[in-house]
Design a binder for this molecule. Structure first.
Ligand code: FAD
Length: 450
């Protein structure tokens, strides 16, 4: 039986991060079943051929050239007492330390028709290939995407841009509800409509009907979306309604599993000795409220994994929770958010907000475009709680500045003193800055009320 210093179950971004750090100094093994680990974030862009499909496949060299062993197999069970792992192909491996990084699986709601032909989720290589084939080979002309989060929006646009009539359905009244507040979503919705995507917001998908294939989607409003066309009796339905931690193999074991995943402490340690968990399969909390939070993102999985690997090298870093920074692109618009939206913050805090709008360059410059920000703060302490940015230019830099402010527990008064840079092609006039404008706006509201 081969024994590893560190054995990792899973081959996603969390696992790869660990092997990159430890692979040359410890004996590391990664067990994962799929041919390719995916660059998930780029998958919608492979559907619309912005990138070649094969470019979304991560190369094995990421693991092997980092010094790790890649074992293509699926773990069937773990004996935590004997410190061994048994795979489906009946290979057994021993470990000193075990890392569970089994990630997440897309959620499929328990409604009629989800098992019909033409119905997909969107995560794995197979999903990408099947959906690509459905679009290119079977030349379906109509599609429904259920879920208007970032993946749903990106996928709806990709299908739309591939020439399909695409319907985007969500039971919430606005798009990107976990990222931005309703008034910040107005332009994103207009972009989707202008691009040709048909929005069905505030509508729950009740069932899919057809002869074992997706012929029609029925919404709770009574609306019927007919997916048949002249050549195809059925169409495409993709569910992008969230992820669930992949922890089934640990049911009935002593490993503690919570509502949102494997229970870990702030050093990724589970309730069992020498067993750790990182990434989408682990349960984590908000760095702001301390409450359990969803938000299964690579930008959380990777830092958790890096922390664990560094600690395995003798450091003693601690995880401060997830701060919810995320971004997407909606046709010609870039949209991002971090921390708590106003909607989420209001459940806990007395909230004060401010919206500001400037241009991305000096307004006199030919390339000047709009950028809008909304800042959310706690009225009592003035602590920064969140922000949202919508712009014709990329927004991640601005989003990340606010994430750092939230992580550092800065107040709106700190942001009002933010020392920024300015240049005609790269910012608004030195006379103003979006973050400072929002912060000053909040300070004057609070001062007015005092
Ligand atoms: C379409 C799409 C777009 C996305 N876009 C973004 C984005 O723009 N930004 C962002 O930050 N995040 C994005 N995400 C989310 C991000 O991909 C995940 O948060 C990230 O992949 C989590 O990494 P992970 O390593 O924890 O788990 P995963 O990537 O889910 O990997 C889990 C691994 O465990 C393996 N595994 C599971 N069970 C077993 C078993 N029994 N035995 C062996 N191996 C097993 C799996 O096969 C897989 O290799 C996107 C996700 C999708 C699907």
């Amino acid at each position: 039986m081969k024994k590893y210093d560190v054995l990792i179950i899973g081959g996603g971004p969390a696992a790869i991060t660990i092997v990159k750090i430890l692979g040359k100094v410890k004996k590391v093994g990664i067990i994962r079943p799929e041919n390719y680990s995916m660059i998930y974030c780029a998958m919608p862009y492979a559907i619309e051929k912005v990138v070649a499909l094969e470019k979304t496949f991560k190369q094995d060299g990421l693991v092997t050239e980092s010094g790790g062993d890649l074992i293509r197999d699926k773990v069937a069970s773990v004996d935590f007492d004997k410190k061994t792992v048994l795979t489906e192909q009946e290979q057994m491996f021993g470990y000193d330390k075990l890392v569970i990084a089994t990630g997440s699986i897309p959620f499929l709601p328990p409604i009629e028709g989800v098992d019909y032909e033409g119905v997909y989720v969107f995560k794995w290589e197979e999903d990408l290939k099947c959906l690509n084939e459905a679009v290119r080979t079977h030349k379906h002309k109509k599609a429904v995407v259920v879920g208007a989060g970032a993946i749903g929006v990106e996928l709806a646009l990709a299908l739309n841009n591939s020439g399909l009539e695409c319907h985007l359905v969500d039971m919430v009244e606005t798009v990107l509800p976990n990222l931005i507040d309703p008034e910040m979503a107005v332009e994103a919705e207009a972009e989707l409509r202008n691009a040709g995507v048909k929005l069905h917001l505030g509508s729950k998908t009740e069932k899919i009907v057809g002869d074992q294939r997706a012929e029609k989607v029925i919404l709770d409003s009574g609306e019927v979306i007919d997916l048949a066309d002249e050549e195809n009796p059925y169409g495409i339905v993709v569910f992008a309604v969230g992820m669930r931690p992949r922890v089934k193999i640990f049911a009935d074991t002593p490993l503690e599993i919570g509502k949102l995943g494997i229970v870990i402490d702030d050093q990724m340690q589970t309730n069992l000795p020498d067993v750790y968990s990182v990434g989408d399969c682990a349960q984590f909390h908000s760095g702001i409220t301390g409450e359990l939070t969803e938000g299964k993102l690579a930008t959380n999985a990777v830092p958790m994994a890096r922390l664990l690997a560094k600690n395995m090298l003798g450091e003693s870093r601690r995880y401060g929770g997830f701060f919810n920074g995320a971004a997407t692109r909606v046709a010609n618009l870039y949209v991002g958010g971090t921390g708590l939206s106003e909607t989420a913050a209001k459940k806990i805090y007395d909230v004060v907000t401010c919206h500001s709008e400037l241009t991305t360059t000096f307004p006199i410059m030919p390339e000047a475009k709009m950028v809008k920000m909304k800042l959310v703060a706690d009225r009592k302490t003035l602590r920064v709680l969140g922000a949202q940015v919508v712009s014709a230019n990329p927004v991640t830099d601005r989003v990340d500045i606010i994430t750092l402010a939230i992580q550092s527990k800065l107040t709106v008064a700190d942001l009002a003193n933010f020392s920024y840079s300015a240049q005609p092609y790269q910012s608004f006039f030195p006379a103003n800055n979006l973050i400072v404008a929002c912060a000053e706006g909040i300070l004057s509201q609070v001062n007015l009320n005092n």
